[in-house]
Design a protein around this ligand. Structure first.
Ligand SMILES: Cc1ncc(COP(=O)(O)O)c(C=O)c1O
Length: 393
């Protein structure tokens, strides 16, 4: 056989799954679909003010002053954004990146050699496996369990930690469970990690989104920790609904000696790529300020859709809505009559797209995961189609 020059970091199976094939053929035949997997805020009828991007034309964008962590003004704007949410972060401890995905990649390079391990919650964001593989580190799952609400199975964390563990990921609120890591959970994780020299990486991209006022009162914040090494990730894609702008960040916290050593090393990695464009850095403060108008619409939409979903499910004892506190998605438990995959493929024929629970590694069948972002009328109609189909089974 002819040798081919490809690494095993990139999956060789690039084929589509049954759900994406069903969607493609429905679209090809012109069938209109309500997409309840839509997580792109720029495609669900929010009003983006005309002036939102005017700061990108700022003349500071005409000068190139390479700076590994980004322009100080932009890093200060990120620090102010943490302060808006009640967290104290110094601009000197902020590194800008093009996306949260890139932030993960930089941190995996910082903490892990090939074959080292990173613990990640299960169920959670499906991209972790792929991100880790591209950086030659291995994901080891720890479990979240559901008893009228989600919590971390601490015994599973202890079982998953090994000599090779370099970092533990938390997503707060988590996608798709909508659960915040609580203060007491974070305290326990911090003890486990600090003792073993494991960094905590907290993905806080959805931190602005609670599904009811006060839902996140018990949420823990990694930037309040002063032991061990912690990283907080955020970005414009969720906090102001601008994924196309490509600006995210890493804030570094924990014990000061570790923070200093981490920053010195992270600086070398960031200096190698210098991936954030100058016009975006120059506009960062304005984008964060003006983007609040979009954030408010997203906050209102997800809360309204979650309430509507709870209302639609009231008359359906066979289905139940899993309790969630924040984030952009909702999980509905449905009768396990056939496989989740058959169900979501059949639903495409009814004109609605939802994700199956297995896509996020939910522990067993049958669950459906819906994005809370679609416009309210579309969301209600889409859920109506799902429930009518389930009733007919
Ligand atoms: C938990 C989580 N983290 C990160 C991201 C991606 O963020 P970014 O667009 O900044 O790469 C997503 C996107 O859905 C997400 O769900």
């Amino acid at each position: 056989m002819v040798r081919r020059p490809f690494s095993s970091r990139v999956p060789s199976e690039l084929g589509s799954n049954r759900l994406s094939q069903a969607i493609a053929s429905a679209r090809a035949s012109g069938q209109p679909l309500i997409d309840l997997t839509q997580s792109n805020p720029t495609r669900v009828d929010f009003e983006y003010p005309d002036y939102l991007l005017s700061a990108l034309a700022d003349a500071r964008g005409l000068k190139y002053e390479p700076s590994p962590f980004g322009l100080l003004g932009a890093r200060q704007a990120v620090a102010r954004d943490y302060a808006r949410r009640g967290a104290e972060v110094s601009a000197e401890r902020v590194a800008l990146t093009a996306s949260t995905s890139e932030a993960y990649s930089l941190l995996f390079k910082l903490v892990g050699d090939a074959g080292d391990e990173v613990l990640a919650p299960r169920p959670s964001y499906p991209l972790f496996e792929h991100l880790a593989q591209l950086d030659a580190v291995t994901i080891r799952p720890y479990d979240l369990e559901y008893h009228d609400g989600w919590s971390i199975d601490m015994a599973s964390v202890e079982r998953a930690i090994s000599e090779r563990t370099r970092a533990l990921l938390v997503v707060t609120p988590n996608n798709p469970t909508g659960s915040f890591v609580t203060r007491s959970e974070l305290k326990r994780l911090a003890e486990l990690c600090a003792e073993r020299g494991v960094a905590i990486v907290a993905d806080e991209v959805f931190a602005d989104y609670q599904l009811r006022p006060g839902a996140c009162v018990d949420a823990g914040r990694v930037m309040d920790l002063h032991d061990g090494l912690v990283f907080s990730l955020g970005g414009l894609s969720k906090t102001v609904g601008l994924p196309q702008i490509k600006l995210a960040w890493i804030a570094v916290g924990g014990a000061s000696d570790l923070v200093a050593d981490a920053l010195a090393r992270l600086e070398i990695i960031c200096d190698t790529y210098l991936s954030v464009s100058t016009p975006i850095q120059a506009a960062a403060a304005e984008l964060l300020n003006r983007g609040a108008a979009v954030r408010k619409q997203i906050q209102a939409r997800i809360a309204a859709n979650y309430r509507a979903l709870a209302g639609q499910l009231e008359g359906m004892p066979a289905c139940s809505l899993l309790a969630a506190d924040g984030g952009w998605s909702a999980i509905v438990r449905v009768p396990a009559i056939g496989s989740e995959e058959d169900l979501v493929v059949d639903l495409v024929a009814k004109g609605v797209v939802v994700h199956p629970g297995y896509f996020f590694d939910l522990p067993h069948e049958s669950f459906l995961v819906a994005s809370l972002l679609p416009a309210e009328d579309q969301f209600a109609e889409g859920i109506g189609r799902v429930l009518r189909h389930i009733e007919s089974l």
